[in-house]
Each structure stands twice: as structure tokens, then as C-alpha cells.
Design a protein around this ligand. Structure first.
Ligand code: ADP
Ligand code: MG
Length: 602
């Protein structure tokens, strides 16, 4: 028993369904067939009629009693064993591929089997086949699978894959039948969700938050979009509970208006305190400015970041800050903790954030703050549904106003035209961002680097600013550029967190090297306030289907889906590949209905 547990661990199998989904890689069919099909593997009862040596090879003629035919076999590497075994008149069960050559049946180098009549499953595993068979026999049964939540028909399919009586209904020419694959997808999705759901830990909340948002909503200079209203309603529902602290991720494209959702949540928390953390000082400052602008008077707002504080955070209703917040020992507890641009925090920082949500209630035992996270990295709907077993997910898929961005793939021949257009945009007091693949030149890359190109731009244009990911003065450069710049040269690693309302053109050099998610983030920088804008993908591979597909949509959720589709194409620079090859059968780009059905079964 313990020994079997040990085997399961070695195979990285953690649930009964994991084991059941560990399917045979192939089947050895030793059933005696009633007809002969040349080109296929057959198992025969055979009697040696005659055997002789020819040029060092053993040539054996068998008779096949069931077919009243003869079959010729050749053994190339022979040992005395072969001569003994295939003595004239001896009986065998032979297996091998049958060919028809000049009217004679042939089977080269047949295997001699001990028994026949079974379909033997072959698992691809570092563990011995006999052990694999023992494991499957021990754990798998139709009842056990049904007890795990499978439908009887699903259990039956799995059982017949592991203990086949006939292969034809499941398997043909090395491939599962389409209906079997659909069943496997359902089971795979269900198994994944079930495991995730078991990891979800619920805590009671510090308090139910039920503050009204009307004063805030009516004060806004615009109407909230349907999706904003819907997410706000979902959050109101979450926060109104005290038996369960909220854990929700709100995902919406750049510019989809997530800040309004954050501010609405602050209103709900009233008269209690809310804390919001942002990944950079620029963003924290921007959020602070928006809060001051849009929240009703009387709500005390404080800002906490390294080297700058506004208001008195110990008494504020709403504390906005960077990770500097984590080091304030006298940060008062708050029943609502939020994190903006969650995707830009590292894993380690995210753990700290979770701690912020629990520390905020120090000494209160099991209670936790309601915890809301906001992310601008659209994820495919299928993935959002999957994640929802662990954390509630809300999607904002549309931006409040249609962005007018023209995206185009361009090459060297388009450069003169590009220069002219850059001049035109600057003349209109608009700004241009040019993104380079690297800071320094490299032999690995067929494009100019930031350093190499810098001179070119500085010679032809005024007010050229330069920054990159490792630049210590990056935030200051960006702030100066926002006020005074015409052209910003940067690398992809530079996260332009602040909004640059006059930015109307982005040129991405070596665009084919980037993942679609990254391209989308970059493109999201232009036209934020609805100005007509352009995104140029400069590449030496203008035919790239992936880039062409990217030019046809600006919706982040569509792009997330495209990204799944083109993933094999390789995102060279993207370290953020999410679930990748987690599933053997399920296709996250295509199987939305199956995933939806699986979530219904939990
Ligand atoms: P995100 O944080 O999702 O990237 P923001 O919250 O910064 O987006 O919103 C982008 C811009 O859209 C801001 O200028 C904001 O004031 C504006 N905005 C938000 N919601 C609406 C709306 N419903 N109608 C019009 N403009 C909106
Ligand atoms: Mg935002």
C-alpha cells in the first residue's frame, strides 16, 4: 500500500483522476484476427514447416493453420537460441507486421509471444509495466471514478482505455476517436478545477462593507459602462458578506476604467478604511490625483511613498501607496485591501501583498480583509473560468470609448514615410514612442539597439528622451518627457506606467520578437484619451501571420486568445507564458464550452 503511494508520488499523480488520465501510450493487440490485412501488425498461431540459413540469416517458413496459408520470416541477427526455438514442427504465437511480396505473406523478424488473446496496455513511464498494471488494477474502478464526480459514461470510457476488451470503439490507427477525445477534455477540465477548488481557503471577513456609492457615481463627469456597473455590483455582493473575505481579481484592458471600480469599492467600505497599493510611485501618484478628483468631499485621502507623503495616513479613509506601505509599522488596519496593476508585482511581492491583507487584521484570529486585485493583462476567458475555482474573476472587456488606433506591419522601405509622419505628429504637439529590443548592440539581433539609434534621432529631432528598464532615473525621465518631450526612445522592459495623453504613435522595432500580450501592452500606451493614433510594428518578417492577426483587433481578450493559438510560434522575450502545456487534451483557445461546462459541475 505504502509502496503504491510511493509510486504515485514518483509519477506526480495527486488524485484518482490524475491516475485515470495517465493513459496508455499504446496498446499491444495480441488477439488472433480472422482476416489478414497486409501492412498491419498481426498475431498468428504458427507452426514451423521448414527452417534454413541463407547468407547468415535464418529463414523460417511457417504454416498458419487458421488460414491454411504459409508465411515466410527472416531473422537477421540470429543466435543458437533462434535455431532451437524455431525447430521444424514447433508451434508458436508470432507477432509482427505482415507484408505481401510476390504473392507470399511475409513477416520479418517476428516476436514469439507467450500468450495471446489480450490487448495489453503500454504506459510511458519510468516505472515497470507490471507495476503500472498493478496500480491501475488496484485503484481504478467504475464506482471509484463515479465517486470522484465523473458521469457513468465518462467512467466507462476511462475504464475501457485502461482495461480494453476491444479497441475499435475507442481507438483507430493510433488515434483516439473524436468522441473519446471530447470526453477526455471534459474529464481533464473537471479534474483541474476540482483540485484548484480544494486549495481555496475561505476566511471570515473583518466586517461586512455596505456603504452606498450614489454620491460618487452621480458626481462623475460620465456614465459608468455596463461592465463597470456589473463588476461594481459583483464587488458590492462580495463586500456585503462578513462570513467570507472577498478574493477577487478584476481583469480589464489598459484604459477600461478600473480606477472607477476601485473608487466605488472605497465608497462601499465607508465609514471604514481602504488601502490601495500600486507598483510604482508614478501610478500611486496618478491614482491619488484621480481619487482626489472623483471621490466626494469629506473622504480623507492619503498618499504614502518613498520620499513623499500627502495627508495623514493614520487617519485617512483611503490610503494609497507603493510598497513603502509594507514598511509602515503604524499603518492602521483596514477591512478592504486593494492592489492595482497586480500583474506588475513579482511573485515574492505578491506574497507580501497577501500578508498585507492578513496583517491588516492583526490579532483578529482567522479574519481577513476583503482583498481585491486589479490587472491589465487580459487572460483568455477559458483561463478566467479556470482560475475562478481559486479566486473570483471579473472581466472588463470593453473600453469606455472606442480607441482609434491603426496598427500596421512595416519594413525598412516604409521608413521615409514613417519619418514624415513622425514630424507631422510632433507638429500637432503629439508625442511618439519608439521601442527598441535592446539597450546595447548585440550580434544575436538583427536590429539596431537603443544606443546605436540614439544619435540618429537626436540629430534630426529636438526633445528626444531616452530611458530603459535599468535606468535609475527612469521615472523622472518619463515625467519630463510627458511635459516637454517629442520622442521617447525606450526598451520593452520599460513599463510606461503613467498615462501619456499626447502619445499618438508607437513604433515597435523587431516586433516579431515579442509576444502578443507584450505588443498589446505597448500599443495600449497610445491614444488613451481617444486621439487618433498609430502603432507600427517594424519587422524583417512582414509576412508573419501572427503580427498580421494582431493588427486586426485591439481587444485584449481577443489577443489573449490569439496568443494561445500562436503560442507554438514562440514568444522569445516573454517570460510570462502562463498555463502553456498544462493540458494534454484541453485546448484553452478553443474549448470554452467544455471549460464552462466543467465549472458547472463543481
Ligand atoms: P485602467 O486603470 O483600467 O487602465 P483608467 O481607470 O485609468 O483605466 O481609465 C482610463 C480613462 O478612462 C480615464 O481617463 C478615466 O477617467 C476614463 N473613464 C473611466 N471610466 C469611464 C467611463 N465610463 N466613461 C468615460 N470615461 C471613462
Ligand atoms: Mg489603472
Amino acid at each position: 500500500m505504502d509502496e503504491m503511494r510511493h509510486l504515485l508520488k514518483r509519477l506526480k499523480i495527486y488524485s484518482l483522476l490524475d491516475l485515470a488520465l495517465f493513459l496508455p501510450a499504446s496498446y499491444d493487440d495480441t488477439r488472433l484476427l480472422t482476416s489478414i490485412t497486409p501492412g498491419k501488425v498481426h498475431t498468428f498461431e504458427a507452426v514451423v514447416k521448414e527452417a534454413h540459413t541463407l547468407n547468415g540469416k535464418l529463414v523460417v517458413t511457417f504454416t498458419l493453420p487458421r488460414f491454411a496459408q504459409t508465411l515466410q520470416s527472416m531473422f537477421f541477427r540470429t543466435t543458437p537460441y533462434h535455431y532451437q526455438t524455431f525447430a521444424s514442427g514447433s508451434r508458436h504465437i508470432i507477432q509482427g507486421r505482415v507484408e505481401l511480396y510476390r504473392g507470399t505473406l511475409q513477416m520479418s523478424q517476428p516476436k514469439s509471444l507467450k500468450s495471446h488473446g489480450e490487448i495489453i496496455t503500454k504506459y510511458k513511464s519510468t516505472i515497470k509495466q507490471s507495476e503500472m498494471h498493478r496500480l491501475m488494477k488496484h485503484y481504478l474502478s467504475e464506482q471509484a471514478l463515479i465517486a470522484e464526480g465523473l458521469l457513468p459514461a465518462e467512467a466507462e470510457v476511462l475504464m475501457s482505455l485502461h482495461f480494453p476488451h476491444s479497441l475499435e470503439t475507442l481507438y483507430r490507427e493510433g488515434h483516439y476517436r473524436p468522441e473519446v477525445i471530447v470526453t477526455l477534455k471534459h474529464i481533464e477540465a473537471f479534474n483541474y478545477l476540482k483540485k484548484l477548488a480544494s486549495k481555496r481557503i475561505e476566511h471570515p471577513a473583518i466586517s461586512a462593507l455596505t456603504g452606498g456609492i450614489d454620491a460618487f457615481v452621480t458626481g462623475l463627469p460620465f456614465d459608468l459602462t455596463m461592465e463597470q456597473q456589473q463588476v461594481i455590483a459583483e464587488i458590492a455582493q462580495d463586500l456585503s458578506r462578513s462570513d467570507r473575505a472577498a478574493k477577487r481579481l478584476v481583469v480589464g484592458d489598459v484604459g477600461s476604467g478600473k480606477t472607477m471600480v476601485i473608487l466605488a469599492a472605497v465608497m462601499m467600505a465607508q465609514p471604514h478604511r481602504s488601502i490601495l497599493m500600486a507598483p510604482t510611485s508614478l501610478l500611486a501618484l496618478q491614482l491619488y490625483e484621480e481619487a482626489v478628483k472623483h471621490l466626494p468631499e469629506g473622504i480623507r485621502i492619503a498618499l504614502v511613498m518613498q520620499g513623499r507623503e500627502e495627508g495623514e495616513y493614520r487617519e485617512a479613509d483611503f490610503v494609497i501607496g507603493t510598497h513603502a506601505l509594507l514598511y509602515k509599522e503604524d499603518l492602521p488596519r483596514a477591512p478592504l485591501v486593494m492592489v492595482d496593476e497586480q500583474h506588475r508585482f513579482g511573485t515574492q511581492q505578491r506574497h507580501l501583498l497577501e500578508a498585507l491583507a492578513s496583517d491588516a487584521v492583526e490579532g483578529d484570529g482567522e479574519r481577513r480583509a476583503h482583498f481585491l486585485q486589479f490587472s491589465a493583462t487580459p487572460i483568455p476567458r477559458t483561463q478566467a473560468m479556470m482560475e475562478s475555482a481559486l479566486i473570483d474573476v471579473s472581466l472588463i472587456t470593453k473600453t469606455p470609448f472606442e480607441k482609434k488606433i491603426t496598427t500596421q506591419v512595416i519594413g525598412t522601405q516604409d521608413f521615409p514615410k514613417l519619418l514624415t509622419q513622425i514630424q507631422t505628429e510632433i507638429a500637432r504637439e503629439h508625442q511618439v514612442l519608439i521601442v527598441y529590443p535592446l539597450v546595447e548592440e548585440s550580434e544575436m539581433i538583427d536590429y539596431q539597439s537603443l544606443t546605436e539609434s540614439r544619435g540618429f534621432w537626436e540629430k534630426r529631432f529636438e526633445n528626444v528622451y531616452v530611458t530603459h528598464g535599468k535606468d535609475k532615473e527612469k521615472e523622472e525621465v518619463l515625467l519630463n518627457f510627458r511635459e516637454k518631450g517629442d520622442i521617447l526612445l525606450a526598451t520593452t522592459v520599460v513599463e510606461v506606467g503613467i498615462s501619456l495623453p499626447r502619445l499618438t504613435m508607437i513604433v515597435i522595432v523587431g516586433a516579431e520578437r515579442l509576444g502578443l500580450a507584450t505588443l498589446h501592452q505597448l500599443r495600449g500606451r497610445v491614444g488613451r484619451l481617444g486621439l487618433e493614433s498609430w502603432c507600427y510594428l517594424f519587422t524583417r518578417n512582414e509576412k508573419s501571420e501572427r503580427l498580421q492577426a494582431f493588427t486586426r483587433t485591439t481587444n485584449g481578450f481577443d489577443i489573449a486568445k490569439l496568443d494561445l493559438k500562436f503560442r507554438e510560434g514562440g514568444d522569445i522575450l516573454d517570460g510570462t507564458i502562463q498555463s502553456g502545456q498544462k493540458f494534454k487534451w484541453l485546448d484553452m483557445a478553443e474549448d470554452e464550452e467544455i471549460v464552462a461546462a466543467a465549472t458547472e459541475r463543481l
